[in-house]
Design a protein around this ligand. Structure first.
Ligand SMILES: [Mn+2]
Length: 324
C-alpha cells in the first residue's frame, strides 16, 4: 500500500521542474532533517530541477545541517511538499498553497488532512524514516549521498529518543542501517546533538540535589527564580529539566515546576504506562497522554497537583502489580 503512494509521490516529483519543500514552525530534528534530506535526494537524482527548502523560521540548534533557501518570486507551477506537519496552521511557509500541487507527508495522526496528495503513516517513527524508505525502496530512481543520509539519520535519532521510543520498529532499524551505509559520521553528529554547556550541567547538578519523591513514587522538582539566575539558565531551557527525571525506578509520573518570569509556575507532566493528560486538564492544561503541561498560580496549587498525582500513581500501582 505504501509502495503505491510512494510511486505517486515520485511521479509528482518527476513531473515538476520547480519543487518547494517546507516543514512545521519551531522545527525539531525530524522537520529539518526530512526537508534537507528529501531536497538533497531530489537534487542528486534530478540535477536539472529547481529544488528549494523554504521556511519562515529557523533553529540554531540544527544549523549544522546547512542553510535553507530563498523563496522564489513565484510558486506558480511548483510542487509544494510539506513534511512532518499535522495541520496547515503549523506550516512554516504561509505561501504553501500557491503551487500547482500540494503533498502532505507526515507521521502524526491525520486529524487535519490537507493537500492534493497525502502520504501519512502514523505508526512511523519519523518522517525521516519515511523519506529514507522512499529512497531505499526506489533505488533505480532516487540517489542519496552522505549529507542527505546524515540529515535523515538526525531526525530518526531525535524523534525516537535515540531508538528508544516504542515507535522504533524493525523497519526503522533496517532503514537506519541503509543510512549508515551511506557513510553517516555518528561521532560528529552525536557531538552536535547531545553536548551540553558546562553551566547547564552545574544547573542539572543543582536540580538533582533538590529533587523529591512522594510516597507512591511521583518524582518532582521545583525550579525557583534564584536557581535559574544563579546558573544563568533561561526559562525555556530550565523547562527542559523535566527530562532529568525520566529514568527513576518505580517513578511512573514525574513533574517539573518552573517559575516563569511573570511569577506563574509552569508545570510539565510526564508519565510511563499511565496517562497524565487528564491531570493536566484538571489544572487548566492539556497535552498528549504521557507528556502534558499546565500553569498554576501558587505553590499551594502545585502541592495539590503533586498530591493528586501521588493518589493516581498509588491506585495505578495497586491495580498493576504485575507490571512493576
Ligand atoms: Mn516528526
Amino acid at each position: 500500500m505504501s509502495e503505491d503512494i510512494m510511486k505517486a509521490v515520485i511521479d509528482q516529483i518527476k513531473s515538476h521542474d520547480s519543487i518547494i519543500i517546507s516543514r512545521h514552525k519551531r522545527p525539531d530534528g525530524d522537520a529539518v532533517g526530512s526537508t534537507k534530506g528529501l531536497a538533497g535526494i531530489i537534487r542528486l537524482s534530478f540535477p536539472q530541477k529547481d529544488v528549494r527548502v523554504v521556511n519562515e523560521d529557523w533553529s540554531d540548534y540544527l544549523a549544522f545541517l546547512g542553510k535553507e533557501d530563498k523563496m522564489p518570486e513565484t510558486l506558480s507551477g511548483a510542487l509544494v511538499i510539506v513534511l512532518d506537519t499535522g495541520n496547515v496552521e503549523r506550516i512554516s511557509n504561509s505561501r504553501y498553497a500557491e503551487g500547482s500541487m500540494l503533498i502532505k507527508i507526515d507521521h502524526h495522526i491525520n486529524n487535519s488532512p490537507y493537500g492534493d496528495l497525502q502520504w501519512v503513516e502514523d505508526q512511523r517513527s519519523s518522517v525521516c524514516e519515511m523519506i529514507a524508505d522512499l529512497a531505499c525502496s526506489n533505488p533505480d530512481v532516487l540517489k542519496m549521498d552522505e549529507q542527505s543520509a546524515t540529515a535523515l539519520y538526525t531526525g530518526m535519532v531525535t524523534d525516537t529518543g535515540r531508538f528508544k521510543f516504542d515507535s522504533t520498529g524493525p523497519r526503522t532499524m533496517a532503514l537506519a542501517s541503509f543510512l549508515l551505509e551511506k557513510g553517516v559520521d555518528t561521532e560528529t553528529l552525536f557531538s552536535r546533538l547531545y553536548m551540553e554547556d558546562f553551566s547547564f550541567l552545574k544547573f542539572q547538578a543543582a536540580v538533582f540535589s533538590k529533587m523529591k519523591i512522594t510516597e507512591n513514587g511521583v518524582a518532582y522538582l521545583i525550579v525557583t527564580p534564584s536557581m535559574q539566575a544563579r546558573h544563568d539558565i533561561s526559562f525555556e531551557s530550565a523547562c527542559n529539566c523535566v527530562s532529568f527525571l525520566d529514568s527513576i525506578k518505580g517513578s511512573l509520573i514525574y513533574l517539573a515546576f518552573i517559575y516563569s518570569p511573570s511569577g506563574d509556575i509552569r508545570v510539565r507532566l510526564r508519565s510511563r504506562f499511565l496517562a497524565i493528560n487528564t491531570l493536566a486538564e484538571k489544572y487548566g492544561g492539556g497535552g498528549h497522554e504521557k507528556a502534558a503541561g499546565a500553569t498554576v498560580k501558587t505553590r499551594a496549587q502545585a502541592m495539590a497537583l503533586i498530591a493528586d498525582a501521588d493518589r493516581m500513581l498509588g491506585e495505578f500501582k495497586r491495580s498493576h502489580e504485575d507490571l512493576l
